[in-house]
Design a protein around this ligand. Structure first.
Ligand SMILES: Cc1cc2nc3c(=O)[nH]c(=O)nc-3n(C[C@H](O)[C@H](O)[C@H](O)COP(=O)(O)OP(=O)(O)OC[C@H]3O[C@@H](n4cnc5c(N)ncnc54)[C@H](O)[C@@H]3O)c2cc1C
Length: 399
């Protein structure tokens, strides 16, 4: 009998397993992939996520992988440019973009060091029930054998296509159609900060990582069928049109890997919890990756869950109340960023974003608040002050 079984061992699951184990609970962490394993990601961890890694004692290991500190950011929309950096949290001003096979290994090592039992190559295929209550999981081990284990709490941290969510029937309470599709690869040669360009046909991001610069192209979702037919040409053309200076650097650069991509950029909140189960990370909530928040959201939810529930694991009434409070707080914290991401990923709202950038570039204080808001250091309503809205109207009126 475990206290907690966590399904999925990346940005949400591994820290949840670590924090439950550090609280003295007996934890089983199950992962379908065999680690170390890569996953689709443009890698950028904003300052609140970095600050959590520091609090948990894992940031030194991330730094030791050699990924550079990212303390200069450039945003450009329709030729209007701002540069700066988030003011950070707990004295940490930099973001990082470690390769996922390195980051996720560090997170799992943190869980194992805290006492969690980790089994990779282990795919959860079913749940165990006590009446209407989830009381454990069934999984296929690497040896092909079917295993069953029981626990007071099953945590579904198994991503957007969550098996746990499907098995408990967790409905999508809020849903929005996909807005973008994303393609990226790794280059040796370009010298960039963390840079984000929005031009006439889409968005380009440059993200310095351990051994290369990741360059991503985000196209509007309605172009997905056309783009996927010749994704590499569409990618290069988008860099050329939307970030010409970056494209010029590619002439002397070497592409290190194939092109990776996805059109499955879902936007939703699923029901977060029910008797004996809870969903965290992408399993419970997903938004377009254009605003690079999924890793930080997953780390935040792991912490929020464990802080609220750890004293109550195994007490059905108190555990249910704590899980319900987690769900309410999840929605409160992530509702604003969800709406903001939908706004950013809507290609036809570029005029408003240009007005915003023009307005924030009129004062150092507004520029700083802009970077603090994008990084998640201050909430969204801290940006859209009456002063900023007035400035946006003025710049829109003057064209
Ligand atoms: C193209 C792209 C770019 C992105 N860029 C960024 C970015 O720059 N910054 C950022 O913050 N976020 C980014 N994200 C989002 C971020 O990667 C995710 O939000 C984050 O990884 C979610 O972590 P997770 O642990 O919830 O889920 P996942 O990373 O999906 O991990 C779930 C794990 O569960 C395992 N699993 C699944 N089913 C089972 C099962 N039945 N049994 C056992 N194990 C199972 C999977 O193998 C997987 O390892 C990006 C996403 C995409 C697609």
């Amino acid at each position: 009998m475990y206290d907690v079984i966590v399904v999925g061992a990346r940005a949400a699951g591994a820290p949840a397993a670590m924090l439950f184990a550090r609280s003295g609970h007996r934890v089983l962490l199950l992962e379908r992939s065999v680690f170390p394993a890569d996953t689709l990601s443009t890698l950028y961890i904003q300052q609140p996520g970095v600050a959590r890694l520091a609090r948990w004692g894992l940031l030194d290991a991330v730094r030791a992988t050699g990924c550079p500190p990212l303390d200069r950011v450039l945003y450009e929309v329709g030729g209007v440019r701002v540069t700066g950096c988030s003011s950070g949290i707990d004295g940490i001003r930099e973001a990082y973009a470690p390769r996922r096979y390195l980051l996720d290994r560090i997170l799992v090592e943190g869980a194992v060091a805290a006492g969690a039992e980790f089994r990779d190559g282990s795919e959860v295929t079913g749940l165990v029930h006590d009446g209407d209550r989830v009381a454990g999981v069934r999984w296929n081990g690497p040896d092909g054998a079917v295993h069953t284990e029981r626990a007071h709490l099953v945590v579904g941290a198994d991503g957007m296509r969550s098996t746990v969510a499907r098995l408990v029937g967790a409905a999508k309470q809020v849903e929005h159609p996909a807005l973008t599709c994303a393609y990226y690869t790794f280059w040796q040669g370009p010298r960039t900060d963390f840079e984000m360009y929005e031009g006439p046909t889409g968005w380009i991001a440059a993200v310095p990582t351990n051994d290369a610069t990741l360059i991503a192209a985000y196209h509007p979702q309605h172009r997905f069928d056309e783009v996927r037919r010749d994704a590499m040409n569409a990618y290069l053309e988008s860099v050329r049109v939307n970030a010409p200076a970056l494209h010029a650097q590619l002439d002397d650069a070497e592409r290190m890997e194939r092109l990776y991509g996805t059109g499955d950029q879902q936007n939703y909140f699923r029901t977060a919890t029910g008797p004996g189960w809870v969903l965290i990370g992408d399993a419970g909530h997903h938004k377009d990756s254009l605003t690079a928040q999924g890793i930080g959201d997953a780390l935040m939810q792991a912490e929020l869950l464990v802080e609220g529930v750890r004293e109550h694991v195994g007490d059905p009434v108190a555990q249910a109340a704590a899980l319900s409070a987690f769900a309410t707080e999840r929605d409160a914290r992530l509702g604003g960023p969800f709406q903001a991401t939908l706004g950013v990923a809507q290609a036809d709202a570029q005029g408003r974003r240009i007005a915003l950038l023009r307005a924030v570039s009129t004062s150092p204080e507004l520029t700083q608040r802009y970077f603090d808001t994008l990084s998640g250091v201050v909430p969204l309503d801290g940006l859209y002050t009456p002063e900023l809205l007035r400035l946006m109207q003025e710049v829109a009126a003057t064209g």
